[in-house]
Design a protein around this ligand. Structure first.
Ligand SMILES: Nc1ncnc2c1ncn2[C@@H]1O[C@H](COP(=O)(O)OP(=O)(O)O)[C@@H](O)[C@H]1O
Ligand SMILES: [Mg+2]
Length: 227
């Protein structure tokens, strides 16, 4: 189903932190939401998730750090079961193992609490939790910034391969144009709580129109990074 949300806006403490914005994402489309820190990316991402959830559409959010998604006092098994319960799913080890295999979650003891797992495996577990309900849209807010670049690239490659066969659309929020450019077909660029560009990735990279997009593209070393 095409994701359509019109006129998203957010006010906090008497000021606008998101000016009215329309978001349209086709099934299976991969879109990058990029911009400098403080430009309003997370605000837009969360406003979109809240709006879609209020309508009953299936959307999952992967936060920046696994710490934001996992309770340090609960076992990994508890988190998995809670997510199944929230989605109204019966426990299904086959479904779980398929997701674990796709995201290379190997030899993790489900009886342990999050801190007994590596950060990379915790974040892949959080991504698996997000995919459990086969959402129409996966929103990832700086999903790999807590990981080292090689682990981050590996995680994104696994996710790319998993999503390739599916209709789940992806909104990848990142300040890292290098991460987004390699993985999305369209870029939405934000500056000062506005969307300032919305175009195919190659178009933004080749002919950035605004100072915000030009500044992101100017950091040419991103071409050499592994992710
Ligand atoms: N709860 C809030 N109250 C007031 N201002 C906020 C709040 N959350 C975010 N902001 C402001 O909104 C702007 C956009 O923030 P954010 O969406 O987090 O940016 P980004 O994710 O691009 O770094 C920033 O100027 C930030 O200070
Ligand atoms: Mg943010």
């Amino acid at each position: 189903m095409t994701i359509v949300a019109r006129g998203l806006s957010v006010h906090r403490s008497g000021r606008s932190i998101l000016y009215p914005t329309d978001i349209i994402i086709e099934p299976g489309e991969r879109v990058g939401l990029v911009g400098a820190s403080g430009s309003g990316k997370s605000t837009l991402g969360h406003a979109l998730v809240d709006t879609l959830r209020a309508r009953g559409q299936s959307v999952a959010l992967v936060p920046q750090s696994p710490d934001d998604a996992l309770d340090p006092l609960r076992s990994m098994q508890f988190h998995w079961r809670e997510a199944e319960r929230a989605l109204g799913l019966d426990p299904d080890v086959v479904r779980r193992d398929a997701l674990f295999e796709a995201l290379r979650i190997e030899a993790g003891d489900m009886r342990k609490r999050p801190w007994a797992w590596s950060r990379g495996m915790q974040q892949r577990f959080v991504i698996a939790l997000a995919l459990l309900g086969a959402p129409d849209l996966l929103v990832m807010d700086e999903p790999t910034s807590a990981l080292d670049p090689v682990v981050a690239a590996g995680t994104m490659n696994l996710l790319d391969a998993y999503l390739k066969e599916r209709q789940t659309a992806l909104l990848l929020i990142t300040h890292d144009l290098g991460l987004a450019a390699a993985r999305v077909s369209r870029l939405i660029v934000m500056d000062a709580c506005h969307v300032v560009e919305n175009a195919p990735t190659e178009t933004v990279l080749a002919t950035p129109q605004t100072s915000a997009a030009k500044a992101l593209c100017a950091h040419r070393n991103w071409l050499e990074l592994p992710c």
